[in-house]
Design a protein around this ligand. Structure first.
Ligand code: PGA
Length: 266
């Protein structure tokens, strides 16, 4: 972490906890957000829980994200949900281009860029996910792949969210680390995070300084602290461990502890 940027801890619930259990989890996350001063806490429940979770989170420091959006504001797109609709339901963030969307639902860099633009239009902050597959890493293509994914959105992040005073986040999530229990080492993650910040810096220094670059991929209470000590890791996007209040809280506490270690008053 770095004193310039407020840490961001985000939970991606994926297709889990859409019912009463999810509402209980949202209530627990409100308590956690109140106990984690200095850290932004965001949860991304399934669409069906957003409005109910928004009532629980209203007037609290907990923020809500959608897991996906369609890029059009409305229209004949059966089964899709727009940026405006999730904003109306109470979201201030949206996860865009998660690797599961890219690999299972065919999302391209171009579509990801259209969704980033839709987020801007609706006043949502994007969390844009990037990351290489195992084959790409083993073929030495990590830098090339992640650079391409970042290049597809970096100018839009500067003219949209940043220009509107709502800097976005980019989540580096190596595909081989998602849900596998394998985490990138802090050094591996830091290397890619530093590249990402450098590429954002080619657009503007402000974009590089204000964009939070999150790490995602099997983040757990026992590896969060060492990841968060890296200077270009500004937080985490957490799947599995965000589904239990105690593990999600423990990761948020690791961010608070790192702020304290850096001498930042919370
Ligand atoms: P994981 O998921 O923490 O379960 O690996 C991360 C993600 O997919 O965002």
């Amino acid at each position: 972490m770095n004193k310039l940027r407020r840490p961001l801890i985000a939970g991606n619930w994926k297709m889990h906890e859409g019912g009463p259990g999810g509402l209980d989890l949202a209530v627990a996350c409100v308590a956690l957000a109140k106990e984690a001063p200095g850290v932004d806490i965001v949860i991304a429940p399934p669409f069906t829980l957003l409005a109910a979770a928004a009532s629980v989170a209203e007037d609290t420091p907990l923020s809500l994200a959608a897991q996906n959006i369609h890029f059009e504001p409305n229209g004949a797109f059966t089964g899709e949900v727009s940026a405006e609709m999730v904003a109306e339901a109470g979201c201030s963030w949206v996860i865009i281009g998660h690797s599961e969307r890219r690999t299972l639902f065919g999302e391209t860099d171009e579509l990801v860029a259209q969704k980033v633009d839709a987020a801007r239009r609706a006043g949502l902050r994007p969390i844009v996910c990037v990351g290489e597959s195992l084959d790409e890493r083993e073929a030495g293509k990590t830098e090339q792949v992640v650079r391409r994914q970042v290049a597809a959105v970096s100018a839009l992040l500067a003219t949209g969210p940043l220009a509107n005073g709502m800097p976005a986040a980019v989540a580096y999530e190596p595909v081989w680390a998602i849900g596998t229990g394998k985490t990138a080492t802090p050094e591996q993650a830091q290397e890619v995070h530093a590249w990402i910040r450098g590429w954002l810096g080619e657009v503007s220094t402000e974009l590089a300084d204000l964009t939070r670059v999150l790490y995602g991929g099997s983040v757990k209470p026992d590896n969060a602290a060492e990841l968060l000590t890296q200077p270009d890791i500004d937080g985490a996007l957490i799947g599995g461990a965000s589904l239990k209040a105690d593990s999600f809280s423990a990761i948020a506490r690791a961010a608070v502890a790192e702020l304290t270690r850096m001498g930042v008053a919370t």
